[in-house]
Design a protein around this ligand. Sequence first.
Ligand SMILES: NC(=O)c1ccc[n+]([C@@H]2O[C@H](COP(=O)([O-])OP(=O)(O)OC[C@H]3O[C@@H](n4cnc5c(N)ncnc54)[C@H](OP(=O)(O)O)[C@@H]3O)[C@@H](O)[C@H]2O)c1
Length: 278
Amino acid sequence: MKISLFGAKGMLGSDLVNLAPKETRILSHDLETNITNLNTVEGALKADRPDGVINAVAFTNVDGAEKEPGEAFLVNGKGPEHLAVVCAELDIPLIQISTDFVFDGNRESLYTEEDRPTPLSKYGESKLAGETSARRWVKHYILRTSSLYGTGRDNHAARVLKAIKNKEKINVATDLFCSPTFTGDLARWIYQLIEKKPPYGTYHVCHTGFCSRYDFAARICELKNVDPSTILNPITMESLHLPARRPLHACLSMNKWEKQVGALLSWQDGLENYLSAL
Ligand SMILES: NC(=O)c1ccc[n+]([C@@H]2O[C@H](COP(=O)([O-])OP(=O)(O)OC[C@H]3O[C@@H](n4cnc5c(N)ncnc54)[C@H](OP(=O)(O)O)[C@@H]3O)[C@@H](O)[C@H]2O)c1
């Protein structure tokens, strides 16, 4: 099986490259294959002739998107449209990665795939535009995930480990809840989906359970035998005065995935897998 992977050098993309099953050949594309250019996408896919496409490209700077919404919409909205158009022309299934930030997080219960997205930020709006783009082609999977961390790039988990190493204190929010997801596990789950071929559509896929950013950071400290109070300074999201509003409780229900694709792991298991992978 041949898969064209866009965003291959990103945090998720690099784990998709490294963890591909033996029988899967990954045709990697990164910034040199700019998905905001339709001709570039068409040229790449006509040369690759893959059995499937994964789009792990994104403009992921949530605060940056408030200042540069045009660029965010181009990469996160228009890019998937180009992929969907060419995938439809060549009859190739498209996997589009999306985010819990399409929801406003203003409720305690879990969001299902049927709930109506109401994003709070330009980043969330641009990712929602990407979902609409992917739906232009019937053979699509939209995979919404949450708060990614991996071995490839800077992220919440890496920042806590750096603070432990440097013995410095960092501010961590106690009021933002999500299901932090290790990209190594997510990559393996995406390959499970490709193998299982469940019905096309939208799926939520994250580690199970949810926690605050503070709980997550505290668990890393505990696993490293460090007293959390020596490293973590509990704060609220509001006190950070960030340009973009974040959903405070955009926790996703993974029932559909677990029924159609397979069992997932808890966020605590994901953290242990990440520390082992480092
Ligand atoms: N990170 C999170 O917490 C999080 C949470 C939920 C969902 N997601 C979603 O998960 C997916 C993967 O995220 P990630 O954190 O792995 O992203 P990432 O590390 O930022 O990787 C994105 C990749 O896309 C490349 N790229 C940017 N603009 C491009 C363009 N116009 N054409 C081609 N490539 C381009 C980037 O290259 P350069 O870096 O060289 O610019 C980078 O290699 C995204 O869809 C994201 O929205 C992420």
